[in-house]
Design a protein around this ligand. Structure first.
Ligand code: GP9
Length: 407
C-alpha cells in the first residue's frame, strides 16, 4: 500500500519538477493570494444592461494570466476545503473538512514552506477565528500571524461581517508591518450566501434579476470586484505592486443550482455538461510583478495546482514534497480531478452518476460537447479514483510523516 502511494508521488514529482525559464523567475517576490467567497467564472467578462459585472477583474486580466478553465475541487468542507487544497496540493476529504477532522496531521503546505524559505506569513479573514477550526489549523500550518475579526475595526458592515473593501484596506495596513518577502493569504466574505448587500453599496442594476437570489449574487460579486480594484490601487500606493505576485481565485460555487437564471443571464439554453462546468469553474488570475506572460489560458487547471505553481515561480523545488497538483508552468499535460469524482483532461469530461457506478456516469467529448462512449473515460476514471483514494489515505492515516521516514 505504502509502496504504491510512494510510487504514485514519485511519478507526480517527475511531471511537476521542471527546470525551465520560469523556474525561479520571481524569486523572493511577495505573494498575496486572495481566495474569494463563492466567486464563480461564468460572469467574468459579462455585462448586464450594458454594465460589466466584474470591470476591475476584466481590466486586471489584460495584464495577468487568466485561467478560464480552472476548477474548484472542494467537498463538504467548502471554503476550508478550497483553502486546504490550494495550500497543500492534496484533495479534501469525501466527508467533513480536513481543517476540522485532521488539523494535527502533517501536510506540505505553502505557508510552512515559505516560512522555511525566509518569508513572513499571514492569514487574513475578518470573521470568528474558530470558524472551520482555522485557529488550530493555521497554527499547524505554521502561519506567523492569523488576523481574524478581533484584529479589524468593524467600520463597514456587510453580510456576516466586515465588508471586503474595508477588509482589504485594513489587511494592507496590517501587512505593511511585516518584513518582506511576505506571504499573505486573504479570505473574502462579502459575497457569502444569501448575497444581500446594504442598499448604499448596491451599484449594479441587475434588471430582470432584481429581487431574486441570482440578482443579489451578481450584485455582491460586483461589490467584491470593486473591492479588488481598490486592493490593486492600495498595493500600488503601498509600493508593493511591482514586487508582489497577486493571485486571485474563487473558492466554490454559489449554491444556486437552478438552471433557469443562468440560461436567462447567458442568453442560451444549457446542457448538463454546461451546467456541470458552470457550477465547478471558478476563475484563477495570476498577476506577475512585471506583468509578463499575460493571456488567457484555457487548458484545465484546479486549486490543487496553486502551491506547486507558485513555488516553481519562486525557484523553490517541490521535489521533497508530497503534492498531487499540476505545476501550471511545467508545460506538461494536465489532469484535474474534482472531489465528486468528476474529472477532465481538457479533451474528455466525466460526470459520475449518483450511484457511483462507472458505466452509469456521463463521458463527454469536449470537442463535440456531446456524450461519448463511456469506455473512453475508463482509464482516466481509474486514475481519478486512485488519486482521490491516495489523498484520502495520506490525510486520514497521517502518511506524509511515515513516507518521509522511509525515503
Ligand atoms: C466563514 C467563511 C464561510 O469564515 O469562510 O465559509 P463557507 O460557509 O463558504 O464554507
Amino acid at each position: 500500500d505504502q509502496q504504491e502511494i510512494q510510487r504514485w508521488f514519485d511519478q507526480a514529482k517527475s511531471r511537476r519538477v521542471v527546470q525551465n525559464e520560469t523556474f525561479g523567475a520571481y524569486r523572493d517576490s511577495n505573494i498575496i493570494v486572495v481566495q474569494a467567497e463563492a466567486f464563480m467564472n461564468f460572469m467574468i467578462g459579462k455585462k448586464i444592461g450594458g454594465q460589466e459585472i466584474t470591470p476591475n477583474f476584466n481590466r486586471l486580466m489584460q495584464e495577468s494570466m487568466y485561467y478560464s478553465n480552472f476548477y474548484h475541487q472542494t467537498g463538504q468542507g467548502r471554503t476550508s476545503d478550497a483553502d486546504f487544497s490550494s495550500q497543500s496540493s492534496l484533495h479534501p476529504l469525501p466527508t467533513g473538512s480536513v481543517f476540522v477532522r485532521f488539523p494535527d496531521h502533517e501536510y506540505d503546505v505553502l505557508p510552512s514552506i515559505l516560512k522555511e524559505n525566509g518569508y513572513e506569513t499571514g492569514a487574513f479573514h475578518a470573521y470568528e477565528s474558530s470558524f472551520w477550526n482555522r485557529l488550530n489549523m493555521y497554527k499547524a500550518m505554521n502561519y506567523d500571524h492569523f488576523y481574524s475579526k478581533s484584529d479589524y475595526k468593524m467600520d463597514e458592515a456587510i453580510g456576516w461581517s466586515l465588508g471586503d473593501k474595508s477588509f482589504f484596506r485594513q489587511s494592507l495596513e496590517l501587512m505593511s508591518t511585516e518584513k518582506q518577502p511576505s506571504y499573505s493569504f486573504l479570505i473574502t466574505l462579502s459575497s457569502h450566501h444569501p448575497y444581500t448587500l446594504p442598499a448604499n453599496v448596491q451599484e449594479l442594476d441587475t434588471g430582470e434579476f432584481k429581487g431574486t437570489i441570482f440578482g443579489d449574487y451578481l450584485q455582491s460579486v460586483h461589490y467584491v470586484d470593486a473591492a479588488v480594484g481598490e486592493l490593486v490601487e492600495g498595493m500600488k500606493q503601498q509600493g508593493i505592486w511591482d514586487n508582489t505576485i497577486l493571485v486571485f481565485y474563487g473558492d466554490h460555487d454559489n449554491s444556486i443550482q437552478d438552471k433557469e437564471p443562468y440560461e436567462q443571464f447567458l442568453g442560451k439554453s444549457l446542457t448538463s455538461l454546461d451546467m456541470s462546468q458552470i457550477m465547478n469553474q471558478v476563475p484563477l488570475l495570476i498577476h506577475l510583478p512585471d506583468g509578463q506572460h499575460a493571456g488567457i489560458f484555457d487548458e484545465p487547471a484546479g486549486q490543487l495546482d496553486m502551491a506547486p505553481s507558485l513555488l516553481h515561480l519562486l525557484g523553490i523545488s517541490t521535489e521533497s514534497y508530497y503534492m498531487m497538483g499540476n505545476n501550471l508552468f511545467s508545460g506538461q499535460e494536465r489532469f484535474v480531478v474534482l472531489r465528486s469524482g468528476a474529472f477532465t483532461d481538457g479533451k474528455l469530461y466525466y460526470v459520475p452518476s449518483p450511484d457511483s457506478r462507472f458505466d452509469n456516469g456521463s463521458c463527454y467529448d469536449l470537442t463535440t460537447r456531446k456524450l461519448a462512449d463511456v469506455e473512453k473515460c475508463k482509464i482516466p476514471y481509474e486514475e481519478a479514483n486512485k488519486r482521490l483514494s491516495i489523498s484520502d489515505r495520506v490525510i486520514t492515516g497521517d502518511l506524509i510523516k511515515l513516507l518521509r521516514t522511509k525515503e
